[in-house]
Design a protein around this ligand. Structure first.
Ligand code: 2IT
Length: 448
């Protein structure tokens, strides 16, 4: 499958050792694609068994999370923390709380996080955690009891200089608050052990907005560099309605674009003349019945239940910000047919591999989540710095640093891709640039 015998060996070993872990295997496959040239010209990679060491997590924890429902019934979920790679800094990555969570998904996310965190330029290794618990439909008290039970296990493995979790899908400010409270009680320490905290107990301004805003800043750089253009007058689809999507929608609107369609777990909704992104933010902050509430406000809004249909709507820029595998090959064909010119991922791996290949072959410039959604973890890194110096920076200070970081991630990916004579191949740029720093650290730190 690969030209390199070494890459084939790595891929086969992962398939053999991780049967059924399709998301993780996909993430490795996509990454190895970008290593073809590098392993040929740099023998130190194979000599030091760098890829062998990269595809195996340093540590994996799996634990039972028993908690009691409001009705007095006992529930049992499974908790995970995958400490994937700490070559360049303490493990860092979110906690996903969703029914779909399994070891494969946490490993895929942790693997991606290694390169994403490296691209930010901040000293953070890659990790991820989560549970097959979904806060949707649970009471506040149930969510609290789950988070407390989860932390009574997790606290053994984390620390402000060891492993610093944060939020992800299903794990927002409320959950981080409960997790942090229990960590503090168990350790008697007020430290920056989690990011995405509330502003009253060590959180950073602009962390909530960071992933969505960062995605918009990154895409602005794409527009400027490749098209000598900007968001002004562009039609944009932003899938999702969560933290990433709503802030991406707000920022691209502020930059002059029209958001024509969005979606949530119930389906998608659209208005060719533009959605009211402020109303969407207000509604999605308080309820999950977004489509129902929004169409009450704007009765002319169209909607549908099949989420794949959102990609049939005409747009200049597509920003998938919901979850993994939301764009398949058929969706990619629709986007190309309708003249979409840029696809920038806000979620982690929302585009399937054959869809990515099709888009790139057909002139759509593609940016992988590990580059374009790195703004979230970047501001998490800035939250760690603020906690370490016991200070809080202003919104503007953090936002300006975020802008600089997204610009430098774009430039790093672009310049790296250019060296391979593939200036539009940001996947290649992101994988190679993210990898090189980690590789250097692994070699220098010796066989550990
Ligand atoms: O996917 C991601 O980068 C995140 N969920 C954020 C991780 C973090 O540590 O802020």
């Amino acid at each position: 499958m690969y030209k390199s015998e070494y890459l084939n060996r790595i891929y086969e070993s992962v398939v053999k050792k991780c049967p059924g872990e399709k998301e993780f295997i996909n993430a490795v496959e996509e990454f190895l694609d970008s290593m073809e040239y590098l392993v040929k010209v740099d023998p130190s990679i194979e000599k030091n068994a760098i890829l062998e060491r990269l595809v195996v997590p340093e540590r994996v924890f799996q634990f039972r999370v028993p908690w009691m429902g409001d009705d007095g019934k006992i529930h049992v979920n499974t908790g995970y923390r995958v400490q994937f790679n700490s070559a360049i800094g303490p493990f860092k990555g979110g906690i996903r709380l969703d029914e779909s969570v399994n070891l494969s998904i946490i490993k895929f996310l942790g693997f991606e996080q290694i390169f994403k965190n490296s691209l930010t330029g901040l000293p953070m290794g890659g990790g991820k955690g989560g549970s097959d618990f979904s806060p949707i439909g649970k009471s506040d008290n149930e969510v609290m009891r789950f988070c407390q039970a989860f932390m009574t296990e997790l606290f053994h493995f984390i620390g402000p200089d060891t492993d610093v979790p944060a939020g992800d899908l299903g794990c927002g400010a409320r959950e981080i608050g409960y997790l942090y409270g229990m960590y503090k009680k168990l350790t008697k320490e007020h430290t920056g052990v989690l990011t995405g905290k509330g502003l009253s107990f060590g959180g950073s301004l602009a962390r909530t907005e960071a992933t969505g805003f960062g995605l918009a800043y990154f895409t602005s750089e794409m527009l400027k560099t490749y098209k000598n253009d900007s968001f002004k007058g562009k039609k944009v689809i932003v899938s999702g309605c969560g933290n990433v999507a709503k802030h991406a929608a707000l920022k691209v609107h502020e930059l002059g674009a029209t958001v024509v369609a969005m979606s949530n777990i119930q389906g998608y909704f659209y208005d060719e003349n533009g959605l009211d992104v402020y109303a969407i933010k207000e509604i999605s902050d308080r309820t999950i019945n977004i489509i129902e509430e929004y169409t009450k406000l704007y009765p002319n809004t169209k909607s549908g239940e099949n989420k794949h249909d959102i990609w049939k709507i005409k747009c200049d820029i597509a920003m998938p910000c919901a979850t993994q595998n939301e764009i398949n090959l058929d969706d990619a064909k629709e986007l190309v047919k309708n003249g979409c010119m840029i696809l920038a991922e806000g979620a982690n791996m929302p585009t399937e591999l054959d869809a990515i290949r099709y888009l790139m072959k057909n002139g759509v410039i593609f940016s992988p989540g590990k580059a374009s959604n790195a703004g979230g973890v970047a501001v998490s890194g800035l939250e760690m710095t603020q906690n370490a110096e016991h200070l809080s920076w202003t919104f503007e200070e953090v936002d300006n640093k975020l802008k600089d970081i997204m610009k430098s991630i774009f430039n790093l990916c672009y310049e790296t891709a250019k060296k391979f004579n593939e200036p539009e191949n940001l996947s290649l740029g992101a994988n190679v640039a993210g990898f090189l720093k980690v590789k250097d650290a692994i070699i220098r730190e010796g066989l550990v």
